[in-house]
Design a protein around this ligand. Structure first.
Ligand code: M6R
Length: 369
């Protein structure tokens, strides 16, 4: 049932190109527009939305953090992202025009369920992004967009995360489409890029051997830091979460711009620091800033593990280890940049003799608050 792989996690990492493609299937019409008929919230209602609030936990929360960048850029609707476990306890401001998006692989996470119940009590519409047909969260929501990742068995979420990202992009683009924002042309181009992206994920998977080798060489380390900017910041958080739960190592993700506000004090000789580098094309100012962050940490002796786009030569002098990912539009980069971090964590877990599919103290779905 593991399809020839040693662990479900390895199988699920390998299934990601198909999971991504399946989640797009039937949702882009021949004219290149989105058809999300299954989202039973009318176009008229979606045009009224004045705020989007995303609630989720763990890896699904990281997908939500990335969705915020896409939703605000493509739709200009303000978007908040909140840990489901914090949400209802702070008396959030919600109304009939708020669209609440609950993201959950299992559809049974109690914190997320309680958050969506609270939102519905306040009169908000709830859209679930979920991987499990007929589970509680979609049943209790006004509408659901299913991710088509197939069953995810390993406790550490991988293919569900990539498909959650795809679903979030679809919702963001659909909101942009029905509201006719000024990004109209860009939306068409992104839909085209999105329909190609599963091949790019496949290409990343084909080049992972050096990442595995690197992971094995770091098996005796205690700490790994992860840095990113813009959508690379939630990717850094996700890389750190994977490493904590699988390798039982101290791992932290930071927004690279925050380094100088404290975390840089942690840098010591030979400390592995993974840096997710934004594309040098497009918003190049982001790229230049992160290159100087890499220089800063390297000057203090950090061992830099740099994840950068093919053709990005500016990072080469400062990378102790360079992991290449295909060029993608900035907002879609997490779909390719997360994959090496999953492979890295999985290999480190194996090298440290940990149980990959069933890490200690964790359950696949957390059905208590
Ligand atoms: O089933 P859900 O997506 O609601 O689960 C949320 C988190 O419990 C889950 O993503 C958790 O963080 C994973 N073990 C991370 O790999």
């Amino acid at each position: 049932e593991k399809g020839g792989y040693d662990y479900f996690m390895l199988k699920e990492i390998a299934e990601q190109p198909k999971a991504v493609a399946d989640t797009l299937l039937g949702r882009i019409d021949a004219g290149g527009s989105l058809t999300l008929d299954e989202v039973r919230i009318s176009a008229a209602e979606l045009r009224e939305v004045d705020k989007v609030v995303i609630v989720a936990c763990g890896t699904a929360f990281h997908a939500g953090l990335i969705a915020k960048y896409a939703i605000e850029h493509w739709t200009r609707i303000p978007c908040e992202v909140e840990l489901a476990s914090e949400f209802r306890y702070r008396d959030p401001i919600l109304g009939k025009r708020s669209l609440v998006i609950a993201i959950s692989q299992s559809g049974e996470t109690m914190d997320t369920l309680m958050a969506l119940r609270h939102a519905r009590e306040q009169g908000s519409k709830v859209l679930a992004i979920c991987n499990t047909n007929g589970s509680t969260i979609p049943r209790e929501s006004d509408a659901v967009l299913y991710t088509h990742a197939g069953p995810e068995v390993a406790v550490a979420s991988t293919k569900a995360f990539l498909t959650q990202l795809v679903a979030c992009y679809l919702v963001a683009l659909y909101l942009g489409q029905v509201r006719g924002t000024k990004w109209g042309d860009e939306i068409g181009a992104v839909i085209r890029d999105l329909s190609q992206i599963s091949c790019e994920v496949e290409r990343v998977l084909e080049t992972m051997e050096p990442v595995r080798e690197l992971a094995r060489s770091l098996a005796d380390k205690n700490t790994v830091l992860f840095l990113g900017r813009h959508v690379g910041y939630p990717v850094a958080l996700e890389g750190a979460l994977k490493l904590k739960e699988l390798a039982y190592m101290h791992a932290e993700g930071f927004a690279a711009g925050e380094l100088k506000h404290g975390p840089i004090a942690l840098i010591e000789p030979d400390l592995p620091v993974v840096v997710v580098v934004p594309s040098p094309r497009g918003r190049s100012v982001l790229h230049d800033k992160i290159v100087s962050n890499i220089q800063e940490i390297r000057a203090r002796g950090a061992r830099t593990i740099v994840i950068a786009e093919e053709g990005d030569e500016a990072v080469v002098p400062y990378a102790d280890h360079l992991v290449r990912i295909p060029a993608t539009p900035t907002l879609l980069q997490p779909l390719v940049a997360t994959v090496p971090l999953q492979v890295f964590a999985c290999e480190l877990a194996t090298a440290r003799g940990n149980e990959v599919d069933q890490p200690r103290n964790l359950a696949k779905s957390v059905t208590v608050e």
